[in-house]
Design a binder for this molecule. Structure first.
Ligand code: GDP
Length: 469
């Protein structure tokens, strides 16, 4: 099979390359122990061989090229199948440093190992059935985790959290399928009671709400994985850059009293209670053209607005509201939004009521009044941002996984088939057609955990790994 290439032995440097305290060169495959044995000699005069040592043992000695010592090393031996990849694995821990590490790697290659592709160790763990695909993805998430919570969730997923949840949905669908199929295949049999469409409908609704929860969790997962993308927007000179600097606790953006000086998007991140918040200070999205206030919608700002998870809309509280504020409010009203009334150190011309009445007649949940200049109220804004980092209605604390974009995409497709099935039940469509939709749901669920995988999916997942994992 094309994606099973485990007859060879792979090798890679598994620690970051550079000068460090120590480094690990990892071998996996049928010749891992032989190759390590050829380049390693035990300290002292004994003529022991790595080939004879038991599994899960560590040995002290030297890595040698011919008879020259390259480095002192500890060699750990893990025999198949109880290893990371389920193959024979040897880890050589030597002193850090670019040259000795390279040299050990080269020696292994010279003795017959092949340089591992990114993620190939984990891919072998998957192909050999030690972990499923969601667990393999969790390994990558653990490496790249941007927040503590993200790390915890990835670790829970590595322990099988996502597969368990997917399994529970799968069981519900299978139960429903077997009822439907029994009534289709043996309609005349006495012990097969005809099922009520209303029963199928209500079971499908239950499945739907479970899948919807997954979709929401995937949105939350994105925030834990990549951070909360937050755009600070508002007309020129309301204090966007000053707020950004306050949140960053440094002079990142040059502040001037001349309107429109932030010409491009500036990006930087902070961490609030373990959640990474990626802040974008946008160019003013409105501009005065020919003395008329016109929305020019600078393309990048608009794109950013579409993609961000949170918008902080800044208003200058020391000035009357303007047409520009009204235009921006229209654009952001349906976003996950915090309105900031800035410059509270100056005499107020705008208060919370004015903002609601003029800009958000349908209401707005979070309005923070602050002074970016002296910092008064910035802590309230920080708490508000943290609160907004959580997609509503989800008890993330009880969650045992961190869905990624691939899962998100599949869950959305599952949702559309479940919805289609619900509509069919309502439209009194035949059970056999509903069964087709449910079969598609099952196929997609299998895609989440990797029971149904193609080489293309594997490549996409593992190409995101680093070499050595
Ligand atoms: P931006 O164009 O929206 O990014 O606005 P800036 O952050 O560049 O600020 C514009 C001007 O308003 C600068 O002179 C800031 O010092 C001033 N400014 C910003 N925040 C405050 C505030 O809270 N109080 C006062 N009095 N001035 C502020």
């Amino acid at each position: 099979m094309a994606y099973r290439d485990d007859t060879d032995t792979i090798v890679a440097i598994s620690t970051p390359v550079g000068v460090g305290g120590f480094c690990i060169v990892r071998l996996s495959g049928p010749r891992a122990i032989d190759i390590a044995d050829e380049i390693f000699s035990f300290k002292g005069k004994n003529k022991k061989s790595l080939k004879d040592v038991p599994t899960y043992t560590v040995h002290y000695g030297y890595i040698k090229e011919d008879n020259t010592i390259i480095d002192e090393a500890l060699v750990s031996v893990y025999r198949a199948p109880k290893s990371y990849t389920r193959e024979d694995v040897v880890e050589i821990s030597a002193h850090g440093g670019f040259l000795p590490t390279r040299k050990i790697l080269e020696l292994c290659i010279r003795k017959g190992a092949r340089l591992a592709a990114p993620g190939e160790f984990t891919k072998r763990a998957f192909l050999n059935g030690r972990i499923d695909i969601t667990q393999a993805e969790a390994v990558s998430d653990i490496i790249y985790a941007k927040s503590e919570k993200g790390l915890l969730l990835a670790a829970a997923q590595l322990a099988g959290g996502l597969s368990e949840e997917v399994g529970s949905i799968k069981n519900s669908v299978l139960d429903l399928m077997s009822l439907i199929e029994a009534s289709l295949n043996f309609p005349e049999e006495d012990d097969v009671r005809p099922i009520e469409p209303s029963y199928i409908g209500s079971e499908l609704e239950k499945i739907k709400s479970q899948v919807e929860q997954f979709v929401k969790l995937a949105q939350q997962g994105k925030i834990y994985r990549e951070g909360l993308y937050t755009a600070i927007i508002g007309k020129p000179n309301v204090g966007k850059s000053t707020i950004m600097n306050r949140l960053l606790k440094k002079e990142r953006v040059i502040v001037t009293p001349i309107p429109g000086t932030t010409r491009d998007i500036i990006e930087d991140s902070i961490t609030i209670n373990g959640v990474t918040v990626v802040l974008f200070d946008t160019a003013g999205i409105t501009e005065t053209v020919n003395n008329e206030i016109e929305l020019i919608g600078i393309e990048r700002s608009k794109k950013l607005l579409k993609e961000c998870d949170l918008v902080i809309f800044v208003i200058d509280g020391s000035q009357e509201l303007t047409k520009e504020d009204i235009e921006i409010a229209k654009i952001v009203k349906d976003k996950n939004l915090i309105v900031v009334i800035n410059k509270k150190d100056l005499p107020a011309k705008v208060n919370v009521d004015d903002v609601v009445k003029t800009l958000f007649p349908a209401g707005v949940e979070d309005i923070v009044v602050l002074s970016a200049l002296n910092g008064d109220g910035i802590d309230v804004l920080e708490n508000c941002i943290f609160k907004k980092a959580f997609v509503e209605d989800i008890a993330v604390e009880n969650c045992k996984f961190l869905p990624n974009l691939r899962h998100y995409d599949i869950f959305l497709r599952i949702l559309s088939h479940v919805n289609a099935a619900i509509e069919m039940v309502k439209g009194k469509v035949g059970f056999e057609i509903i069964a087709i939709e449910l079969r598609k749901v099952l196929e997609l669920l299998a895609e989440v955990t990797g029971e149904n995988f193609t080489e293309d999916i594997l490549d996409r997942i593992f190409s995101q790994f680093c070499i050595g994992k």
